[in-house]
Design a protein around this ligand. Structure first.
Ligand code: PHE
Length: 473
């Protein structure tokens, strides 16, 4: 039996939910480190340009497709293409991608919860002394997984208004407050401003083609594009909502949080070790969050005591946990919406199907860090052994995401057609037709944006799976 389709109750509810999706682990940790390593202010400017000139049109197009059809990716592509099975397949990819990304994001969220619990229970010292290797193989992770699944289920089963929107309205403001508290605290530490300097002072010489590629991929992921999320969330807004201005606010919030997170992470790193050179920082957010940051927090005990250091660490992990939960909720809503809209299941049923299937895959991904050899040494390509977790990450996050972005641009520009997009975007936005915003969106979506994401896609495939670099980055 299907239920009547719900909507977000207000524009601000929609914006907070979309921003909740966009603000995630990528913003809080990935972005600051990337920026500091790769040119500071020069990276920041380039990133901002990518967000507003390349990603924002894609975000607007996703929301428009969702609202027009009031469907998730499969239904949306089918409806607007007159039931073409080819575009239906593109829609299926748009539902499969979030499903699989949810698997690896879930693993990380479970770890974050584990770290939160361990810091609260007085185990910061253990985490700081390279406890991570042991931690990722702990059987308690399955307990944490059950808790995360229960939280996600609790939010999603309540629906769009009483679940997703309400959670975003509580979690997002709390996140902002926690972030500000952390920044104020961290900036008061010795040597904090050395970190700010590395974050902000531009160094153009660091901007290489691979940095440009990395910045664009980061912006794309950070805004939750190519995952069907904004199509699905867009399907829950009414015709009075001004899509371009809402999308702009989401992008500003996401970028703002990423920037402010830089004022938290880098000063902390520099106060811990004033002589560090940013290029020494690890590339992966995972090792930064789970091995490096606990050491920094523990070092605080010399000034604020073990209890104080644990409290700051707990505040940080709670902040990241909130950010991760709102992202996880958004990504799981896509397949939920698919099962509800296309397969006519109730939300409850859809959620149990998904928690079972994604749950099993999440277990496989969790045990692929040593617990089970089969999943740890799952396969080999490009000369390396890859775990199940790596495979999910490489295929869906790194590779398919830009492909989905490409398909969306082509779909909107050449199948649905630009004048239809303009008509949709003019709802709730008088004066849109004929504006330079309209001209820019229509032109960019049909030309250079798909070209750029296609190049990223081809280059990633060549690099990831065949170990060759086609374009020199
Ligand atoms: N924008 C999120 C981040 O920066 C990415 C994300 C969104 C991941 C939704 C999963 C689900 O972490």
């Amino acid at each position: 039996m299907s239920e009547p389709r719900e909507n977000f109750s207000s524009r601000i509810g929609f914006i907070l939910a979309a921003a909740g999706s966009a603000v995630g682990i990528g913003n809080l940790v990935g972005f600051p480190v990337n920026a500091a390593k790769n040119g500071g202010g020069a990276f920041l400017i380039m990133y901002a340009i990518f967000v507003f000139l390349i990603c924002l049109p894609v975000m607007i197009a996703e929301m428009a497709v969702g609202r027009k059809t009031a469907k998730e990716p499969v239904g949306a592509y089918k409806t607007l293409s007159g039931n073409s099975s080819l575009w239906g397949a593109a829609g299926l990819l748009g539902v499969l991608t979030p499903f699989m990304i949810a698997v690896f994001y879930m693993v990380i969220t479970v770890w974050i919860l584990g770290y939160l619990v361990l810091t609260i229970t007085g185990n910061l010292e253990y985490l700081a002394s390279d406890g991570f290797g042991e931690f990722i193989n702990s059987p308690y992770l399955f307990l944490a997984m059950a808790v995360v699944a229960a939280v996600v289920n609790f939010i999603l089963v309540a629906g769009v208004k009483d679940g997703i929107e309400k959670a975003a309205k509580i979690l997002m403001p709390s996140l902002f407050v926690m972030l500000i508290i952390m920044v104020i605290f961290v900036l008061s530490l010795d040597n904090a401003f050395a970190g700010v300097k590395f974050f902000i002072i531009p160094d153009i010489s660091k901007i290489t083609p691979s940095v440009v590629n990395g910045a664009l991929s980061q912006a794309f992921f950070s805004l939750s594009l190519g995952m069907g999320i904004l199509i699905t969330y867009g399907s829950y807004i009414n015709r009075q909502t001004n899509i371009p201005s809402s999308a702009k606010l989401v992008a500003i919030t996401d970028t703002g949080v990423a920037f402010v997170a830089g004022l938290m992470i880098l000063p902390a790193v520099f106060s811990f070790n004033p002589n560090i050179v940013p290029s020494e920082l690890s590339d992966s957010s995972v090792s930064l969050i789970f091995t490096f940051l606990p050491k920094i927090f523990l070092a605080l005990q010399s000034s604020i005591g073990y209890f104080g250091a644990s409290a700051i660490a707990a505040l940080f992990f709670l902040l990241v946990f909130f950010a991760a939960i709102t992202s996880l909720v958004s990504i799981i809503e896509v397949p939920v919406s698919y099962l509800v809209t296309e397969k006519k299941h109730t939300r409850k049923k859809a959620l149990s199907i998904l928690l079972m299937t994604a749950g099993i895959l999440t277990i496989f991904a969790t045990v692929s860090f040593g617990m089970v050899a089969f999943f740890t040494e799952f396969t080999t390509y490009a000369g390396g052994t890859k775990s199940f977790f790596d495979v999910v990450y490489d295929i869906f996050y790194d590779t398919i995401l830009p492909l989905n972005g490409f398909l969306l641009c082509v779909f909107v520009s050449y199948r649905w057609k630009k004048n239809k997009l303009s008509e949709e975007l003019a709802l709730g936005n008088d004066g849109y037709i004929g504006s330079w915003v309209e001209k820019y969106i229509n032109f960019s979506l049909g030309t250079f944006i798909p070209a750029i994401v296609l190049i990223i896609f081809i280059n990633t495939v060549a690099q990831k799976f065949f170990a060759v670099s086609l374009f020199g980055f």
